[in-house]
Design a protein around this ligand. Structure first.
Ligand code: GAL
Ligand code: ZN
Length: 665
């Protein structure tokens, strides 16, 4: 199977989405010249070009693309060639309305934007396969081709009748017969029993709360249905290009696709990194978000990965779109490389003059090649060139795994829970952030993975835990590992059915608990004090321990005196449980204490706040995310690959400064 190495030519990939179909043809020469000037070695072409390639049903307009591919090749720039299937032409929707998605209310999602296709539509799949086949036939052995890019950010769900039929086929495979489905969904509740397969629908708009397991299965199904579309196109392009890897760029931490499952099907795992909806570049949590996304993508990929898209400066989808301050672009790009990216690419090369993203930044901004923005892009290209020696090197092994699972997320964000303020994604980010602050290297892992290579495993929030995952956690702790579980872990099974006693018995005994009497979420803004003086919030639980040691108790509130943090020793291992959410500083201290006990050391001890250290191959990356200079002490002389300078026993990093240090020879 081809992999990322087949796309690299000894250099980190650097480039962006290139949409020359939006421009008069004579822009091509200038683009190619400026790409070379900036050190670009990869252009992603054709992402949304279906209507240009096939302006009317069955027509083929490849001439323009021939010229683009040839010009890039002549300049030594590789092509990441996209199948154009994320944005069907209007004629497809007009002739085949069944290709258009329907929302939960049955309303049509019209063409006129993008991603308006139904993954279950036979007509969509057929037309997508035809254009993909012709594209692959024409360019499958083009010398510029380095990587295939299938579709773009898959994620559209559909509630139409064709989807309903597809969903039923999927449900038959999962539950076998109607009795199995009725049992799994608990349809005895509210008279929801199904008497025939034809009655079963996607979870459409209903009078009040819907069936939670129906919703959960629909999430699983939608991810699988989109994956079938990916697989079909992947198989077509792969058949015409042996040795050329295939990817599909994903949104990270996106709830719509099961990222673990998707990663298994891709030769290269690639991701688009934009600021989290709640975070931007001025927010101190910004770099922590970048680290989380990088760690997740690396873990999905089982190693190195590709940053397919980021913004050169401002985006256009926030209410106020502040540009990236100087230093941030470089800092976040180096962070991705430090955490395993073998390429840093952008949306997009040249800023569009028309269309809904004309105010989105680009590598080549509206202000042109003499702009400060383009200068930063060129500098970044030069920095990446200096790091060519790191191509293919692994990120240092992480001692800690943060557990993350899509079904747990799906179950954990349903309506009708004890607290709507409990947010899966915030908890995952919060715990990862706590470890990041202490420079503790982490992977992410699916809960049913073999966890044996980690010393410590943390489960920020896995309300749904299936039997396989439970068995892994028990093995991990009995094998000498340290497990730290957040509140409300292991409450339901794979069908989101509450476990007997409200907590999986295997987990209850692992954690050394007797009874969880009641979940006791806290009103928004309410805080608790623990008897170690720290503060906590969001949640509490009325718990009795069996043989666990109580490390901290509630000092106030309704549950005063009850256990807040517990630890059960199991052979050489231990299992910690937090019945509440400590404030960020307290959570960081607690996890650092557990890590120390587990024998996991930070990348560099004693770093100032806001300074990130990551080891990759022979290099130590130091990133100062603060707006003040900082000095970091070095145990022995180091050479900065970015500047060529030798630093004897310390290095001062400028505000938002970075260094990539290797041992001085
Ligand atoms: C990505 C998308 C690009 C562009 C970009 C803007 O999600 O793949 O096509 O829309 O966002 O930030
Ligand atoms: Zn549909």
């Amino acid at each position: 199977m081809p992999g990322l190495d087949d796309a690299l030519r000894g250099r980190l990939l650097f480039g962006g989405d290139y949409n020359p179909e939006q421009w008069p043809e004579d822009v091509l020469d200038e683009d190619v010249r400026l790409m070379r000037e900036a050190g670009v070695n990869l252009a992603t072409v054709g992402v949304f070009s279906w209507a240009t390639l096939e302006p009317r049903p069955g027509a083929r307009e490849f001439g323009w693309l021939d010229r683009v591919m040839d010009a890039l090749d002549a300049a030594g720039i590789g092509v990441c060639l996209a199948t154009p299937t994320a944005s069907p032409p209007p004629w497809l929707g007009a002739r085949h309305p069944e290709t258009l998605p329907r929302d939960e209310h049955g309303g049509v999602v019209w063409y006129g934007s993008r991603n308006h296709f139904c993954a279950s539509s036979a007509a969509y799949r057929e037309h997508a396969a035809r254009i993909t086949t012709d594209l692959a036939r024409r360019y499958g052995d083009h010398p510029a081709l380095r990587l295939w890019h299938v579709n773009n950010e898959y994620g559209t769900a559909c509630w139409c009748d064709e989807t309903a039929a597809h969903f039923r086929r999927w449900l038959r495979a999962r539950h076998h017969d109607l009795a199995g489905l009725n049992a799994a969904w608990g349809t005895a509740f509210w008279s929801q029993r199904y008497d025939s397969w034809d009655e079963i629908l996607p979870p459409r708009r209903a009078q009040y709360l819907g069936n939670p397991t129906q919703a959960l299965d629909f999430r699983r199904f939608t991810s699988d249905a989109l994956l079938e579309c990916y697989q079909a196109e992947r198989d077509i392009v792969a058949a015409h290009s042996p040795g050329v890897p295939v990817t599909s760029n994903q949104m990270p931490l996106f709830p719509g696709l099961d990222g673990w499952r998707w990663a298994e099907e891709q030769d290269v795992v690639s991701v688009d990194v934009y600021p989290d909806p709640a975070v931007d570049w001025r927010d101190p949590a910004g770099p922590a978000h970048g680290a989380l996304v990088a760690d997740l993508t690396r873990s999905q990929a089982g190693g190195r990965w590709l940053l397919m898209e980021q913004a050169a400066s401002a985006v256009n989808f926030r209410p106020v779109n502040v540009p990236k301050p100087p230093g941030v672009l470089r800092q976040w790009s180096l962070q991705a490389v430090a955490r395993g990216a073998d390429g840093v690419c952008f949306f997009q090369w040249r800023a569009s003059r028309q269309g809904s993203e004309k105010y989105h930044s680009a590598m080549l901004p509206h202000a042109g090649p003499a702009s400060r923005g383009f200068a930063r892009v060129r500098e970044l290209g030069a920095d990446l060139e200096r790091l060519s020696g790191l191509v293919g090197t692994p990120v240092a092994d992480a001692g800690i795994a943060v557990l993350h699972d899509w079904p747990a997320w799906w179950a954990g964000q349903q309506p009708g829970r004890p607290s709507a303020s409990v947010d899966y994604r915030e908890l995952l980010s919060g715990w990862h952030h706590a470890l990041w602050r202490r420079n503790l290297p982490t992977d992410l892992a699916r809960p049913d993975a073999d966890l044996g290579r980690y010393r410590m495993v943390v489960a920020p929030h896995l309300p749904l835990l299936d039997d396989a995952a439970l068995a892994r956690l028990v093995d991990f702790v009995h094998g000498g590992g340290t497990l730290v579980c957040g509140f409300f872990t292991g409450v339901t099974d794979a069908d989101d059915r509450v476990r007997p006693g409200g907590l999986a018995p295997a987990l209850r005994s692992l954690l050394g608990l007797a009874t969880v009497h009641e979940w006791w979420p806290l009103p928004d803004g309410a805080a608790l004090t623990l008897d170690d003086g720290t503060r906590a919030g969001l949640w509490s639980e009325d718990v009795d321990v069996a043989d666990a040691e109580v490390l901290a108790r509630y000092a106030d509130g309704e549950l005063a005196g009850g256990p807040a943090v517990t630890r059960a020793r199991r052979g050489a291992g231990s299992a910690w449980y937090l019945t509440t959410l400590p404030r960020p500083e307290a959570l960081a201290a607690l996890l650092a204490r557990a890590a120390e006990a587990a024998g996991v050391a930070p990348t560099l001890p004693g770093l100032p706040d806001g300074v990130e250290a990551v080891r990759r191959g022979p290099a130590l990356f130091l990133l100062n995310h603060t707006t003040e200079p900082v000095t970091v002490l070095l145990p022995s002389p180091r050479t900065d690959l970015l500047t060529g300078r030798v630093h004897q026993d310390g290095i001062t990093l400028a505000r938002r400064g970075a260094a990539v240090l290797t041992p001085t020879k």
